[in-house]
Design a protein around this ligand. Structure first.
Ligand SMILES: C[S@@+](CC[C@H](N)C(=O)[O-])C[C@H]1O[C@@H](n2cnc3c(N)ncnc32)[C@H](O)[C@@H]1O
Length: 223
């Protein structure tokens, strides 16, 4: 199994195309839906953590307008280079989500799209996110959690293990897409995720299942 950073660096050129293909374009709708649930704040400092190619930040800008700073943080430099090419408004910063190079209480909104599942030390990532958020700040997660609903369980156990690596093989690195399915099945459920977030100090605003539980949106607040 490739190391996570190396794996994302290898697939950076085709990441967006495959993301849209494998989710049948739903990833775009999910990011927009999530941004619509966020409070509108003037001059917001936004950190798109595990932001990769920057699509969550761009969805935020489209729905809520230009933030003061739009930081895309990721440890895979090549994913960030794609983000940098998409818009001069994005500020790519190479960082590890478990050691964020930002001051305490400096961020209004943290976005995390399909990133938390890849982090080895989730508790540390939560405590770092909590540290850099301002009081009253929001943390929005979009993720493929371990499935609980019947349809999602059937999809991830029976269909995805064949279909997703096959699509990955057609266009890119097959192992990376085998990893995608394994990482979903071995991740925690959305409820377990919310419990970890609470243990780190966050208040849970909402958990919403998207498309029959294929993905979930979790909104947290630092009260
Ligand atoms: C599935 S991609 C998601 C990209 C983007 N957020 C999106 O919505 O499409 C996951 C990203 O998380 C990054 N990542 C994984 N673990 C990380 C960590 N510990 N610190 C920073 N970035 C990490 C990877 O490099 C990759 O770019």
């Amino acid at each position: 199994m490739l190391q996570t950073r190396e794996m994302f660096n290898k697939i950076h050129k085709r990441y967006d195309m495959l993301n849209h293909l494998m989710s049948a374009g739903r990833d775009i709708a999910w990011r927009k839906k999530c941004c619509k649930k966020l409070p509108k704040k003037e001059n917001a400092v936004v950190l798109d953590l595990c932001g990769g190619t920057g699509d969550f930040s761009l969805a935020f800008k489209k729905i809520l307008g230009d933030p003061k700073f739009s930081i895309v943080g990721d440890f895979a430099g090549k994913m960030l280079s794609v983000a940098a090419q998409k818009s001069p408004d994005l500020i790519p910063v190479q960082m590890d989500a478990t050691d964020i190079p930002l001051a305490d209480g400096s961020v209004d909104i943290i976005l995390n799209g399909f990133g938390m599942r890849n982090i080895k030390n989730l508790d540390l990532a939560f405590s770092e996110a909590f540290r850099v958020l301002k009081q009253g700040g929001s943390f929005a997660t979009l993720e493929f959690f371990k499935p609980e609903k019947k349809i999602a369980t059937f999809f991830y156990q029976k269909i995805a293990p064949l279909a997703i690596p096959f699509a990955g093989m057609m266009f890119s690195k097959r192992n990376a897409y085998r990893y995608l399915v394994l990482s979903i099945l071995s991740f925690i459920t959305s409820k377990e995720y919310a419990a970890k977030a609470r243990a780190a100090g966050f208040a849970l605003r909402s958990i919403k299942s998207l498309d029959g539980g294929l993905a979930h949106m979790v909104l947290l607040e630092k009260k």
